[in-house]
Design a protein around this ligand. Structure first.
Ligand code: SF4
Length: 188
């Protein structure tokens, strides 16, 4: 019973990478959240699938993450997984992006999700989210600069593409896309 309460309000995480060069432009700090429902074939991080795996995300860990992100040479944070937009992870991912924005608005937020932009914008993810959870998901997206969308698809694997694993995944300029009401791809 206690475990269930914790999972609604507090994420677990698989890893924090303090010098991340592969999941976004420039040098970043990457948070790999724990838990993913997609189970893509040949996922790079299957150890992140179990929502009860990984380590506990505490205030102390969050503050350490924000401290790392505050270093002068850090250009962005990246949030990936696992699935940052899974309903189990929404509360604390939203809390993190809000805190990051309050303190370091000049740095970027990259977020990787198995959902597509269209699914997110139409609230059409068929995963039983309630209104409040959909609102949280929308708020998280609003704070992001780049969204890498879509599941990893093995048959479309292309490791020559920057910052993603398969060619269906897009690097979306979130702020431009929201402003124009259509997908605008991110340009370096
Ligand atoms: S969405 Fe990402 S973490 Fe989840 S199974 Fe697919 S590749 Fe793995």
């Amino acid at each position: 019973m206690i475990t269930n309460i914790r999972r609604v309000t507090e994420i677990r995480y698989a890893q924090i990478r303090s010098l991340d060069l592969s999941n976004g432009e420039g040098v970043g700090v990457a948070l790999f959240v724990q838990g993913c429902h997609f189970h893509c074939e040949n996922c790079f991080n299957p150890e992140t699938w179990d929502f009860d795996g990984g380590k506990e995300w505490t205030e102390e860990v969050k503050n350490k993450f924000l401290e790392l992100a505050n270093k002068s040479y850090i250009k962005r944070i990246s949030i990936l997984g696992g699935e940052p937009l899974a309903k189990e992870n929404l509360d604390d991912v939203l809390d993190l992006v809000n805190e990051f924005r309050l303190s370091k608005s000049e740095k970027s937020i990259w977020l990787y999700t198995g959902y597509t932009w269209e699914e997110i914008r139409k609230n059409n993810m068929k995963d039983g989210l309630r209104y409040g959870e959909l609102t949280k998901r929308a708020k998280i997206i609003t704070e992001c600069d780049v969204l890498v969308d879509g599941q990893y698809i093995e048959s479309q694997r292309d490791l020559s593409l920057p910052y993603r694993g398969s060619s269906n995944q897009r690097l979306i300029d979130v702020q431009q896309s929201l402003q124009k009401g259509e997908i605008v791809l991110w340009q370096a």
